[in-house]
Design a protein around this ligand. Sequence first.
Ligand code: FDA
Length: 282
Amino acid sequence: MKGLLSFFAKRYIAGEERKDAIGVVRRLNARGILATIDNLGEHVKDLPHAEEAVREYLGLLNDIRDAGVDSTVSLKLSHLGLAISEEIAERNAEVIIKRGLELGNSVTFDMEGSRYTRKTIDIFLGLHERYPNTAIAIQSCLYRSASDVQLLIERGASVRLVKGAYKEPPDIAFPKKRDVDRNFEGLMKSLLLKGKNPAIATHDERLINEAIRFAEENHVSKERFEFQMLLGIKRSLQRRLAESGYRVRAYVPYGPDWLPYMLRRMRERRENLFFVIKNLFD
Ligand code: FDA
C-alpha cells in the first residue's frame, strides 16, 4: 500500500524538499508555465510546528528569489496555526506576506474545509487592506461563494476560483456536481468581467474553453486573467494554453506531509481509486 501511495505522490508532488520544488518550477518556467509553490501541511495543533511552517515559507521565498524562478507561494492558514487561534494564524501569515512584499512576490491563501471558510476570508480581508500582494481561493461548491466573490471584487482582491476539494454537507454546499460546475461558470464570468487578475483554477476543458470564448467575446485580454492547474494533471493542456499565449500557472506542492493532499487528488478521479483497489487485490 505504501509503495502504491508513493507511486501516486510522485505524480502530484514535487518532492519532499524545497530544492525539489524549485527544480520542478525551473522546468515548468522553461516551457512558459508559471508556478505557485505550496509547502504541504495542515491542521497544525501546536505553536512550534506553526512557527516551523513560517520559517519554511521564509526560506522558500528566499530560494525563489535566489533561483530566479517565476513562482508565487500558496499557503493554508491551518498550517500556520488556525486550529490554535485566529490571532496566531494571522500573525504568522503576515510575517510571510511581508517578506513576500519585500521580495516583490505574492501569496495566495488556499481555501480549506468549511469550518475554516469564514475565518480564512476574514483574516484575508484584514491583511489584504495592508498587503496588496495577496490573493485567495474561493470554492464554487459553497452557496456562500457568490456573495464572497462579490465582496472580493468590490475590495479589489484577486480570486483563484476552484470547485472545492472537501466533502461538505448539503446545507452549505451544492450536493450535485453539475450545480458546482454551473456555479463555477457564473462566478468565472463575473470574475473575468470585474475581477482583479482572476485565476480560473480547473482542469475542466469545457469550462476552460468557455472562459476563452467568453473573454474573447467581452474583449478581456489574455493578460487580465490566468489559468491555474495542479502539478501532474493535464500537462499537455497546460503546455497548449501557454503556447497559445495564455498565462498558465501550475500549483507545485512539496514536503513530507503529502498524504492528505494526495488523498484529495485520488478522490477526485475514479480511475485513481480503481487503480489502487485493483493493485491491492492483484
Ligand atoms: P473536475 O473534477 O470536474 O475535473 C475535470 C477533469 O480534470 C477530470 O475529468 C479529469 O480529466 C481531470 N482531473 C481532475 N482531477 C484530477 C486528478 N486528481 N487526477 C487526474 N485528473 C484529474 N480546492 C480547494 O478546496 N481549495 C483550494 O485552495 C484549492 N486550490 C487549488 C489550486 C489550483 C491551482 C487548482 C487547479 C485546484 C485547486 N483546488 C483547491 C482543487 C479543486 O477544488 C478541485 O478539487 C480540483 O481542481 C478538481 O476539479 P476540476 O476543477 O479539475 O474539475
